[in-house]
Design a protein around this ligand. Structure first.
Ligand SMILES: NC(=O)c1ccc[n+]([C@@H]2O[C@H](COP(=O)([O-])OP(=O)(O)OC[C@H]3O[C@@H](n4cnc5c(N)ncnc54)[C@H](OP(=O)(O)O)[C@@H]3O)[C@@H](O)[C@H]2O)c1
Length: 321
């Protein structure tokens, strides 16, 4: 288990990312989901993860424009007290067309988004409520923090975080008394020492998204792979995938560290999660999971534990960091 920053909330060292299980949705006509999903398989994957000790579930109101939260509700029915739920707000959407429509962080909107998430999740409280507008202007911070503190006073949320890759924004949010984490991009192919330093300074958890570089770190994608057009990885300007193909520079980095990550019988995905657990005591990776097999492979990283200090050093050298 790890503690989420200053909140005292305990979570499993590895969480469950619920973006993909929301199914298709789009922004400006571009797909931002992970293609079609089978809800029964998603529920079975959540149940398997729970059975294997995973207690931390990360979703967002926009994932499948509400669908991810509803699938979580179905899967967690009767087990709410055993889990920690993180969801997000800040993007507006039309559930009828499954389209994102913009951003809104006004107090009235945050309150209505919170109520809608509670309803879809079938719960009376959200453990970690995250701002999903990574580049929100600084001048909105105080007002957003004030609203989040009110929601915490009312018992609707227990703590909050910003999902952002900007260390300065993470630090600005940390002045909120019940801010307890930052959700950000980090994986073995892409370290973020500045963000981890902010977490240490402000006693925040580092909730790690993209821990498997959108699936690249499973090792199943090669230079010949081509993902379908309804998959977010088909986006022409993506980071780890571009136009449905793995980005060559990340495939090269993966090749450089493959042997270290898979030493001792770990799969690549387990090695990548073990790197994050070793990188800092505040990290909580939330790999996206869509099948029972993925839930089993990723949850096994809980028992395999962190890489060694020597392996971390070797990876740093191999990647020229
Ligand atoms: N702005 C934000 O706040 C933000 C942004 C991104 C993500 N997130 C959160 O972070 C979570 C994780 O990030 P991510 O989904 O972008 O990427 P990720 O965790 O790096 O990759 C997830 C994908 O990898 C594949 N996969 C997972 N485990 C596997 C295994 N053991 N073997 C083979 N393939 C495996 C699955 O896709 P395939 O099977 O289709 O390959 C899965 O959807 C999300 O679910 C979401 O909760 C938040």
């Amino acid at each position: 288990m790890r503690t989420l920053g200053r909140s005292g909330i305990e979570v499993s060292e590895i969480g469950f990312g619920a973006w993909a299980i929301g199914g298709p949705f789009s922004a400006g006509g571009q797909p931002v989901g992970w293609g079609a999903v089978d809800d029964d398989e998603s529920v079975a994957a959540i149940h398997r993860a729970l059975d294997l000790g995973v207690t931390f579930f990360d979703t967002a109101d926009v994932y499948g424009t509400g669908h991810s939260e509803q699938v979580l509700r179905r899967a967690l029915d009767g087990r709410r007290d055993q889990v920690v739920i993180a969801t997000k707000f800040g993007n507006t959407f039309d559930a009828a067309t499954r389209e994102l429509t913009g951003q809104d962080v006004s107090p009235a909107y945050i309150r209505s988004a919170c109520r809608a998430s509670l309803e879809r999740l079938g719960t009376d409280w959200i453990d970690l409520y995250q701002l999903h507008y990574g580049a929100m202007p600084y001048e909105r911070v105080d007002e957003v923090l004030a609203t989040l503190e009110e929601l915490a006073d009312e018992g609707l949320i227990r703590s909050y975080a910003w999902s952002t890759d900007d260390p300065d924004r993470a630090a600005a949010f940390a002045k909120g008394p019940r801010c307890t984490a930052v959700q950000h991009q980090i994986n073995v192919l892409e370290d973020t020492p500045e963000m981890l330093a902010v977490c240490a300074t402000h006693d925040l958890a580092s909730v790690d998204r993209g821990p498997l570089a959108m699936g690249l770190l499973s090792g199943k994608y090669t230079a010949d792979s081509r993902l379908p057009e309804d998959d977010v990885r088909a986006e022409p300007e993506g980071r780890y995938f571009r136009g449905g193909r793995p980005a060559p520079e990340y495939l090269d980095r993966l090749a450089a560290v493959r042997e270290v990550l898979t030493a001792g019988g770990r799969t690549l995905a387990q090695g990548a999660l073990g790197w994050l657990l070793a990188r800092d005591s505040r990290t909580v990776p939330i790999p996206g999971i869509r099948t029972v097999a993925q839930a089993e492979e990723n949850a096994a990283a809980l028992t395999l534990g962190p890489l060694t200090g020597a392996q971390l050093t070797e990876i740093r050298t191999l990647l020229g960091r």
